[in-house]
Ligand binder design. Structure first.
Ligand SMILES: Cc1cc2nc3c(=O)[nH]c(=O)nc-3n(C[C@H](O)[C@H](O)[C@H](O)COP(=O)(O)OP(=O)(O)OC[C@H]3O[C@@H](n4cnc5c(N)ncnc54)[C@H](O)[C@@H]3O)c2cc1C
Length: 328
């Protein structure tokens, strides 16, 4: 009997690793505690131009079409994944910021400057220009993650892995599962459970009764459509070295509302709930010193880069035992 590859963690990273391994014919088991997954974010941006400096991650130009292709593949076979290939709008406050964005913009990225009054919805005043990224958009993180995991056909075990080696995983119910290989995709909470220090940053999405804009708008925080209404959110809490249970301090709520209203007039919009999560920075993709495969630390780019990096990791693992390159 062929032993399965065991993937620890069923967020977007682990689900995509499972998907690409399974597509290549490998039996896969996903062990997922199913708690505190950043991938359950109600609306994630596919935005290649990051932060307030407008940096473009090295692999963004490959990651963006790869994620869209995977999403379309899943939608084509019947998965319901709320999303919008609407583009992303990045309003900038001054000429200095615009120059920074321009400096970081690579050849090959479709990025179009517009005057604020050209944008097809009302922005709050005070922006000098708006960068429109037609290839970006938004996706329901939870629906996308579940669809990839389900499409993988992997056996899913709802449990916490308490210890593992290169060829076995111990579970909190006392079982030990033998494995052909082990891949750790534990995200923020799982890295802390594994005793690893890292840079963890919590954030919150305010769930809105309506989408404040028809396409995502982002600077400091983001407003985006979602499956039901819209969201206003960001990962903005002070970084910690370990995952800690998320809370929403009133000061954060005030900060977030201030950031949202600095982007778009929000009068008439109601907050219907909140969702909080934690992202882990410091990408680790490959094999560790104990011969355990890892994909962790996707930062705020889990949906932009996660599928691409997962496919590459799966291909590397297969090559280890002979496999082929993978595409969505
Ligand atoms: C507020 C917020 C907004 C964000 N916005 C965006 C965005 O706009 N665009 C974007 O691309 N990204 C965004 N991100 C980042 C993105 O959500 C993450 O990069 C991504 O979800 C990380 O995925 P992951 O699979 O590595 O980890 P996770 O999604 O955290 O999944 C880890 C899973 O592994 C399980 N697990 C861990 N350890 C074990 C174990 N030992 N045994 C069993 N199970 C285990 C956990 O329970 C969890 O289910 C945002 C994050 C937050 C918090």
């Amino acid at each position: 009997m062929t032993l399965p590859v065991i993937v620890i963690g069923g967020g977007i990273a682990g689900s995509c690793v499972a998907y690409f391994l399974a597509r290549a014919g490998r039996p896969v088991t996903v062990v997922d505690a199913g708690v505190h997954a950043a991938s359950m974010v109600p609306s994630a941006l596919l935005n290649p131009v990051r932060g307030q400096a407008g940096r473009v991650p090295e692999r963004a130009l490959e990651g963006l079409p790869f994620t869209w292709a995977l999403l379309r593949t899943l939608v084509a076979v019947g998965f319901d994944i709320p999303h919008g290939a609407t583009g992303v709008y990045r309003p900038v406050p001054d000429a200095k910021t615009r120059a920074k964005f321009d400096r970081h913009c690579p050849d090959g990225l479709d990025a179009q400057w517009q005057n604020p009054d050209q944008v097809p919805f009302a922005l709050t005043t005070g922006h000098t220009a708006v960068l429109y990224l037609p290839e970006g958009g938004w996706v329901d993180g939870a629906a996308f993650t579940r669809a990839v995991r389900e499409a993988s056909g992997a056996t899913v075990i709802r449990a916490q892995a308490t210890a593992w080696t290169a060829d076995a995983v111990m579970l909190d119910d006392g079982r030990t599962l033998p494995a052909a290989a082990v891949v750790h995709c534990g995200g923020s909470v799982g890295s802390s459970w594994a005793g690893l220090n890292g840079t963890h940053r919590a954030g919150t999405m305010l769930l809105l009764d309506r989408a404040a804009t028809p396409a995502p708008v982002s600077f400091g925080a983001y407003l985006a459509p979602a499956a039901h209404g819209g969201v206003l959110g960001a990962t903005f809490e002070a970084p910690t070295t370990q995952w800690t249970p998320e809370v929403l301090p009133l000061t954060s709520l005030k900060w977030l509302l201030g950031k949202g209203m600095a982007l778009v007039p929000l009068a008439g919009t109601a907050v219907t709930g909140t969702w909080s999560g934690t992202r882990l920075s410091g990408l680790v993709a490959g094999v560790d010193a104990n011969s355990v495969w890892c994909l962790r630390g996707l930062g705020s780019q889990g949906f932009l880069l996660g599928p691409l990096l997962a496919a590459e990791l799966a291909a590397a693992l297969l090559r280890h035992g002979a496999g082929d390159a993978l595409s969505p």
